[in-house]
Design a protein around this ligand. Structure first.
Ligand code: HEC
Ligand code: HEC
Length: 238
């Protein structure tokens, strides 16, 4: 975790740049909660009111710890607010982002701005395996067995990337799309986050190749590149 320090503030001299933290209407609260359950992956990693993952700070009373500005910055562009964080930037319409920020910030005190000390940017080698350990293993398990520490808090089991039967039914492009766009656009569970605004395309392809080593399998025949001259019926192995 980052070391946190309260920024000194001359009382009354500074105005928060965030939205005013007026209490939300019951309708807006209910709408935000519905989005959190079905549309956005936040509860895959964060808990609110006892529901959700445990790989990120509990957001139930985040407004008592964090300023509205900080909450806004994290939800809008996590890598910029907190360099080196594993929180992905979640793609969503601006109106939805505003509602979630307002929901989390309700009651936040503008004077209680907390500033995170910048962390060293992640300089470790970004291989498929290290990316998987850092961004995926909390839910999918280090070896892709679908049983990472967060899995039991999720409404559906994370895909088992080590399962050659399930994985050989999925094309590489499908795996890429799932990692790039997340579960929601594919009609899958929204707790699978989108990483397309966090990782490069090259990094996502590295993850696809890593998932292929976890299952020791290839995608369906139709999805593979042009057939080699000689037919080779053995599945891809390492
Ligand atoms: C893949 C996991 C993951 C997802 C999905 C995720 N976050 Fe986070 N988030 C984190 C982690 C980890 C941190 C803590 C920062 C750090 O230490 O890197 C964090 C920090 C935060 C913070 C600051 C909390 C604090 O106490 O400092 C807020 C606010 C936040 N996230 C909101 C959200 C919202 C809203 C969503 C959904 C739109 C979301 N997060 C989705 C992992 C995630
Ligand atoms: C917060 C938990 C969480 C994290 C972090 C996470 N996933 Fe997932 N993932 C899920 C869940 C849950 C599903 C199952 C969705 C379903 O079956 O409806 C899933 C499904 C998938 C699928 C299958 C989609 C399909 O049906 O074709 C792929 C591929 C995948 N995840 C890759 C990854 C990769 C790679 C990472 C890391 C970059 C990652 N996931 C990070 C929770 C997570």
């Amino acid at each position: 975790m980052a070391v946190l320090c309260a920024a000194p503030r001359a009382s009354g001299a500074q105005q928060s740049t965030g939205a005013p933290t007026s209490p939300l209407s019951a309708f807006d609260s209910a709408k935000a909660e519905a989005l959190l359950r079905t549309r956005v992956p936040c509860l895959g990693c964060h808990a609110i009111g006892g529901t959700g993952g445990r790989s990120a700070p509990d957001l139930t009373h985040v407004a008592s710890r964090r300023s509205a500005d900080y909450i806004r910055a994290m939800v809008t562009d996590p890598a910029r607010a907190l360099p080196g964080t594993t929180m992905p930037r979640v793609p969503m319409p601006a109106s939805m982002r505003e509602l979630l920020i307002a929901y989390l910030s309700a009651g936040a005190t503008p004077g209680a701005l907390l500033v995170s000390s910048p962390r060293a940017a992640d300089s470790s080698l970004r291989t498929g395996a290290s990316l998987y350990a850092r961004y995926c293993a909390a839910c999918h398990g280090e070896r892709g067995t679908g049983d990472g520490p967060n899995a039991r808090y999720l409404p559906v089991r994370p895909a088992m990337h080590a399962d050659p039967v399930a994985m050989s039914a999925r094309s590489d492009d499908r795996l890429f799309d799932a990692v790039h766009g997340g579960g929601y656009p594919l009609g899958r569970n929204a707790m699978m986050p989108a990483f397309g605004e966090t990782l490069t395309r090259q990094e996502i392809w590295q993850l696809v190749r890593h998932m292929r080593t976890l299952c020791g399998c290839a995608g369906p025949a139709w999805s593979r590149p042009a057939p080699a001259p000689s037919i080779n019926p053995t599945p891809l192995r390492r």
